[in-house]
Design a protein around this ligand. Structure first.
Ligand SMILES: C[S@@+](CC[C@H](N)C(=O)[O-])C[C@H]1O[C@@H](n2cnc3c(N)ncnc32)[C@H](O)[C@@H]1O
Length: 778
C-alpha cells in the first residue's frame, strides 16, 4: 500500500463542519483550478467577481493574482487534503464522493484519495470538457492543449452503484451552447419576432448555417440564454447508459472569470448519485446553481466553503512543484544511472532459438534459459535499415538494446498490461468443428494481466520503474515516449514518469477511446454504470530538443457548400478508435491502426526508429513499417511474436527446400485434441524436399496445426529465413482464409557439398520447434 504522507499543513479552514452534521449521500467537491505560477486569474480574477471577494475578504481587488492560493501546488495539495479529511467522515454509508480536478497534477489527488478511502472504493474518473485549453510547459512546438477536466468518483460502500439507467431529463433533452471552436461570422437570430445579429465568442463559430438557424428559430429549438448567448435543444436518448466520457454535454463555462459547472453537468451529477430525500454537501460552491437544481430534485442541499486564510495570504508561490516519489512512504525513489553502460557486457541472457529474416527484418524468437543470446546479432547497425522483433522480457531485451541503440530511438510507444485482474486469453480456432462447437477453440493465455498478492501498487512501481529508466536511455534527445494505460495504475505510472523524465518534459495526457459498441452493450446488459471508455496516453519528451511539429487531429466541418479540414491541437483523441474494430490478428488487445498512424505521424519522420517493447499484436511496428520507419519490437509472449510475424509477412511466397523429421504433439488444454505434424526432409541429388504430414484426433488440417513455418536453407543469419507458410486464421466474423499447408516444399541447391538447413515451425499454441539439419550433397 502506498501511503500519502504529506502533512505539513500551513492552512486553517474556516466554517468547519460540525461532527454531528447530517450524513451525506453525495459530497461534491469542486477544487479550484490547480495551476501553478502566475495563472491566478482563474480563481480570483476580476474586481467584480463579487462572491469571491465576499468569501475572501482578505483579497484586495486588483491584486488578485498576488494572493492566488493555487500558486503553490504544494499548498494546493495541503488544502485539498485537509478539506477531504474534514469532509469524508460526513459521507453516508452508501454515499459517493465526487471531486473535480483540472490540470496535470490531478493523478496525485487520486493517490491521496486511494489512501484516504481505499483503492477499491474508487469508482471511476469522469472526463468532461473545459471552455479553455491548458498548455503544459512545453516551450516550443505544437501545444496539444488539455481541454479536459476530471471528476474522481469514490463510493463509501464497495458494492454501491449509481442510479440505474441514465434518463436525465423528463423533458427529453437539454439546451446546449451553440458556439464551437474555429472562428466564424456573426449570424442572424429571429426569436419572438425580434431579429438580432450576434457574433460568436472570439475565436468561435456558430455551429449551424443561417438556413438551419432560421428553421430552428421558427420551430423554437433555438433560444437565447439569460446572458444573451444562443443555445440549441439537444434530444437525449432514453435509457442512455452513462459511461465516463461526459463530452455529450457542455460541462463547464467561464462565469464571472471563474470556471463554473453548467446546469446540465450539475443536474447529471445529482441524478446519478442522489435520489429524492437524500442529503448532499457541496464544497467550494458555484453560487446558487447547484442549490436550485437540488431543490428541484428534492435533494437536501448543504454547502461548505473552507477558507484557507494562511495560504491566501502567501504571495508568489513556488511554481511548479512536483510531488517527489519520496512523499509516498513505501515508494522507492528512483536511482538514475543504475543501467549498465555500453562498455559493459550485455546483461541479457537468453537462448536464441533461431533468426528469421525476410526482406530487411530480423526476428529473434528467444527463450530465457541461460544461454547467451543475441550474441551473434551483435554489431547490428542501428542506423541501417535493419528491423528487429525479439521474444524476451523487455527488461533484459532493453538492456541488450542499450549496446547499439542507446540514444537512437525517436519514438517508443507502449501499451503495457493494465493489470486489470483478468489474464488475457487467445482463442485459436481448431478444425472444422470450430463452427459447430465453441469448445473446439484452443484457449491459451496470451499474456498475464494479474498480479499476485495484495500489494499491487508497490509491485507495479517496482516492475514499471526500471523499464521506464531503460526506455529513457534508449530514446534520442529528440525522442518521445507515449504510454497507454488506464485508471488501474495510470496515476502511479504518471508519478514514475514525472520522476524519471522530469515533470517539465511531460507534454500532455491524450485521452484515447477504450472500447467500442459491443462492449458498451455488454455493460448495458450487465447493468453496470460509469464504465470506463477512456484510456490515457501520457506523452513525454526526452529533452527540450524533442519538439512536436504537427497538429495531428483533423476535424472536418461544413464551410458554405464545401467541407473544410482543420487541425486541432488538443488532447481529446476520442474521435478515432483506440482498439482495432476489424481485427488483423487473434491477439486480444490489438490497438487501432488509425491511432498508431496518428502517433507515428505526429512524432516521427520517415527513416526514424520506432520501438514498442510491449509489442502485443505488433500494431506499432506494422504501422511503422507501413510508414517507412525503422522499428524494434519486444514481447515475452510467444503468441505476440507469432501473430506479429504473420502480420508482417503477409503475402509470403513458397519456394525452395530437405531431410530428417520432427513431430509436434500437443494437447489443447481442456479441448483434449492432440495433433502431430511430421516433417520429413528428403534429399534427391541437388533437390531437397520437405514433406509435411499433419495428423490430429479431430480431423484438423495442416493449416489448423501449423501456424508458421520458415526455412533457412544455408543457416546463414545474415541471409535469413524464407517464410514458407503462415496461417491467416479466421478472425472475428470474417471468413476463414487460412491456406492449406502444401504437402511438399522443395529447394534445388546450386552448389554440392555440406549445407546446414534450419527450420522453425510454430504450432497454433505458439509452441516453437527449431531444427538444424546437416546435409551433404553430391
Ligand atoms: C496490452 S498488450 C500490447 C498490445 C499492443 N499494443 C497491440 O497493439 O496489440 C501488452 C503486451 O505486453 C507484453 N508484456 C508484458 N510484460 C512484458 C515484459 N516484461 N516484457 C515483454 N513483454 C511484456 C504482453 O505479453 C502483451 O503482449
Amino acid at each position: 500500500m502506498i501511503r500519502w504522507t504529506r502533512c505539513q499543513c500551513s492552512m486553517e479552514s474556516g466554517n468547519l463542519l460540525e461532527p454531528d452534521d447530517a450524513r451525506y449521500q453525495l459530497i461534491f467537491i469542486k477544487t479550484p483550478v490547480l495551476r501553478d505560477s502566475t495563472a491566478g486569474e482563474l480563481f480570483f480574477p476580476r474586481d467584480d467577481s463579487k462572491t469571491v471577494l465576499d468569501q475572501h475578504p482578505e483579497n484586495v481587488p486588483g491584486r488578485a493574482k498576488k494572493v492566488h492560493w493555487t500558486q503553490s501546488i504544494d499548498h494546493w495539495f495541503t488544502c485539498v487534503e485537509k478539506t477531504l479529511n474534514e469532509a469524508i467522515p460526513h459521507l453516508s454509508e452508501q454515499g459517493f464522493l465526487a471531486i473535480s480536478v483540472i490540470g496535470r497534477h490531478r493523478h496525485y489527488v487520486k493517490l491521496m484519495l486511494d489512501d484516504l478511502l481505499g483503492e477499491n472504493h474508487f469508482m471511476n474518473e469522469i472526463f468532461f470538457g473545459l471552455p479553455f485549453g491548458i498548455r503544459n510547459p512545453t516551450p516550443a512546438g505544437v501545444p496539444l492543449f488539455e481541454i479536459t477536466g476530471s471528476l474522481f468518483v469514490y463510493k463509501n460502500d464497495v458494492d454501491a452503484n449509481i442510479n440505474p439507467v441514465y434518463n436525465s431529463k423528463k423533458s427529453g433533452g437539454y439546451w446546449h451552447a451553440m458556439d464551437s471552436a474555429d472562428p466564424g461570422p456573426a449570424k442572424t437570430f429571429t426569436i419572438n419576432g425580434e431579429k438580432r445579429t450576434i457574433p460568436p465568442p472570439p475565436g468561435c463559430h456558430w455551429k449551424f448555417s443561417q438556413d438551419v438557424i432560421d428553421e430552428r428559430c421558427r420551430n423554437g429549438s433555438i433560444r437565447l440564454s439569460s446572458t444573451g448567448k444562443p443555445q440549441y435543444w439537444v434530444k437525449e436518448k432514453k435509457g442512455h447508459i452513462i459511461d465516463n466520457k461526459w463530452f455529450d454535454i457542455q460541462a463547464t463555462s467561464l462565469g464571472s472569470g471563474t470556471l463554473e459547472f453548467t446546469n446540465d453537468f450539475l443536474e447529471r451529477i445529482l441524478l446519478s448519485f442522489t435520489s429524492k430525500g437524500d442529503n448532499m454537501l457541496h464544497v467550494f460552491t458555484d453560487p446558487g446553481v447547484m442549490e436550485k437544481i437540488a431543490r428541484r430534485q428534492g435533494v437536501h442541499y448543504n454547502e461548505w466553503n473552507p477558507v484557507f486564510r494562511e495560504i491566501c495570504a502567501i504571495e508568489g508561490g513556488t511554481g511548479s512543484v512536483i510531488m517527489p516519489l519520496a512523499c509516498f512512504s513505501g515508494a522507492k525513489p528512483c536511482n538514475r544511472g543504475s543501467v549498465a553502460g555500453v562498455a559493459g557486457e550485455p546483461t541479457l541472457e537468453v537462448h536464441q532459438k533461431g533468426g528469421l529474416s525476410l526482406a530487411r527484418n530480423l526476428f529473434f524468437p528467444t527463450e530465457l534459459d541461460g544461454c547467451t543470446a543475441f550474441e551473434n546479432r551483435k554489431g547490428i547497425d542501428p542506423d541501417s535499415s535493419c528491423n528487429v522483433l525479439a521474444r524476451v522480457d523487455n527488461l533484459q531485451g532493453m538492456k541488450w538494446l542499450l549496446n547499439e541503440y542507446r540514444g537512437k530511438i525517436k519514438l517508443i510507444y507502449i501499451d503495457p498490461p493494465y493489470f486489470t485482474g483478468i489474464d488475457e486469453q487467445i482463442h485459436v480456432p481448431l478444425g472444422k468443428q470450430e463452427y459447430a462447437s465453441r469448445g473446439n477453440l484452443l484457449n491459451a493465455m496470451a499474456f498475464k494481466n494479474t498480479m499476485e498478492g495484495d500489494d499491487g501498487a508497490r509491485q507495479f512501481m517496482e516492475w514499471f520503474s526500471p523499464r521506464v529508466e531503460l526506455m529513457r536511455e534508449l530514446l534520442a534527445r529528440e525522442g518521445f515516449l507515449a504510454v497507454r494505460i488506464d485508471y488501474h495504475f495510470g496515476h502511479l505510472a504518471k508519478l514514475i514518469l514525472d520522476e524519471m523524465f522530469g515533470e517539465r518534459h511531460f507534454i500532455t495526457e491524450l485521452l484515447v477511446r477504450r472500447i467500442h459498441k459491443t462492449v458498451t452493450n455488454k455493460a448495458k446488459l450487465l447493468q453496470r454504470h460509469l464504465i470506463n471508455q477512456v484510456d490515457s496516453l501520457f506523452l513525454y519528451r526526452k529533452s527540450k530538443q524533442a519538439i512536436v511539429k504537427k497538429c495531428p487531429k483533423k476535424v472536418k466541418r461544413k464551410n458554405g457548400d464545401g467541407i473544410e479540414t482543420r487541425y486541432r491541437c488538443d488532447n481529446l483523441w476520442i474521435d478515432i478508435a483506440g482498439y482495432q474494430k476489424r481485427k488483423k490478428t487473434l491477439y486480444p488487445t490489438e490497438n487501432s491502426e488509425i491511432l498508431l498512424r496518428r502517433v507515428i505521424d505526429t512524432f516521427t519522420s520517415p527513416g526514424d526508429l520506432v520501438a514498442d517493447v510491449f509489442n502485443g499484436s505488433g500494431t506499432t511496428i506494422a504501422i511503422a513499417n507501413e510508414m517507412s520507419r525503422r522499428w524494434l519490437g519486444i514481447d515475452e509472449s510467444a503468441f505476440s511474436i507469432n501473430e506479429t510475424r504473420k502480420r508482417l509477412l503477409d503475402g509470403d511466397n513458397p519456394t525452395h527446400f530437405h531431410e530428417l523429421s520432427f513431430t509436434a504433439t500437443s494437447a489443447a488444454g481442456g479441448n483434449a485434441i492432440s495433433w502431430r505434424l511430421e516433417c520429413r526432409v528428403i534429399t534427391r541429388g541437388m533437390n531437397v524436399i520437405i514433406r509435411l504430414t499433419p495428423e490430429s484426433t479431430n480431423g484438423a488440417k495442416g493449416s489448423d496445426i501449423l501456424d508458421f513455418l520458415a526455412v533457412d536453407w544455408d543457416n546463414k543469419p545474415e541471409r535469413g529465413f524464407w517464410c514458407h507458410f503462415h496461417s491467416n486464421r479466421k478472425i472475428g466474423k470474417r471468413k476463414r482464409i487460412a491456406r492449406e499447408v502444401s504437402d511438399e516444399i522443395q529447394h534445388v541447391y546450386q552448389e554440392p557439398g555440406p549445407h546446414r538447413i534450419c527450420i522453425i515451425a510454430c504450432n497454433t499454441r505458439a509452441e516453437e520447434i527449431e531444427l538444424s539439419i546437416d546435409i551433404d550433397l553430391e
